[in-house]
Design a protein around this ligand. Structure first.
Ligand SMILES: [Zn+2]
Length: 271
């Protein structure tokens, strides 16, 4: 049986910022998306079949065309998924792209199908797609949708071992002259090793993985993780054309001001 699955989440401004301190998050990485239920049928459905069929013919000229089913879908984030099972291809595209110009949707078809068939992803398609979704008005729309759909389950700042508010206040006094406005602080629901922490601009919240709320976790390592996310408040994401600078040089310079940054980074790398 020919069965392949992939889910593609191409990050855009306002997307969850998965951060490992000191490292750039992987872009275009395959992820499993957490989806909200399908939207009530969107007003205007575009027929994307010809676009997807044409791309399929280009990428797999000798294979018969599978049955292709394409829907716009109300994901909480700017996600798109594609899967092929028993000769049927199912594509779900974020409804945020319903009015995207044809070349953008063609680029998306290229990106998704190349992932599905493990073909090299052509840089020009990624660039075309990113340029569109990173545009200011698109980014603003994504933020609004996220606020409405992305229900965050927050469990509060007080953990079993550490209190995020207490550490935040210390860091704010030590590194920000006490001037950084406090966002919502919360331990995450899951003890995730991959998503250590992130600052969610749409919800003005910093979430920290529960793995840090442990007696064996050095307090200064947790403080460094929180400090990194605080720097995301100080240094908002910068757009340079189609590129996003998540950790620009001035961010990295600030990061090194942390009193134990070398030790903390070394510790985090071993997690
Ligand atoms: Zn970061």
């Amino acid at each position: 049986m020919n069965e392949r699955e992939t889910a593609a989440a191409v990050p855009a401004h306002g997307g969850a910022q998965l951060c490992l301190p000191g490292l750039e998050p992987a872009t275009g990485a395959m992820t499993n998306s957490v989806n909200t239920p399908p939207a009530a049928s969107p007003g205007r459905m575009r027929d994307l079949y010809p676009t997807f069929a044409a791309v399929h013919r280009e990428l797999k000229p000798r294979s018969p065309l599978p049955e292709i089913e394409i829907h716009f879908y109300a994901f909480a984030h700017l996600n798109h998924t594609i899967r092929l099972r028993d000769g049927r291809m199912r594509v779900r595209i974020s409804d945020l792209l319903q009015s995207a110009p044809e070349p953008v949707l063609e680029a998306l078809a290229q990106i998704l199908m190349r992932k599905l068939y493990r073909k090299p992803s052509a840089a020009r398609y990624l660039e075309r797609y990113r340029r569109y979704v990173n545009r200011r008005e698109m980014a603003a729309q994504i933020e609004i949708i996220r606020r409405h759909r992305g229900r965050k389950r927050l469990s509060g700042p007080r953990g079993k071992v550490y209190d995020l508010e207490e550490i935040y206040a210390e860091l704010n006094a030590a590194y920000f002259h006490g001037l950084l406005a406090r966002p919502q602080l919360s331990w995450g629901q899951v003890r995730s090793r991959h998503n250590l922490a992130h600052f969610d601009a749409a919800h003005n919240a910093i979430l920290v993985s529960r793995i840090f709320d442990h007696p064996k976790m050095p307090r200064r390592v947790l403080a460094f993780v929180l400090y990194h996310e605080m720097l995301h408040i100080k240094h908002p994401i910068r757009h340079e054309g189609a590129r996003r600078r998540i950790h620009p040089p001035e961010f990295q310079a600030d990061e090194r001001r942390f009193s134990h940054w070398r030790e903390a980074e070394a510790f985090l790398k071993k997690l």
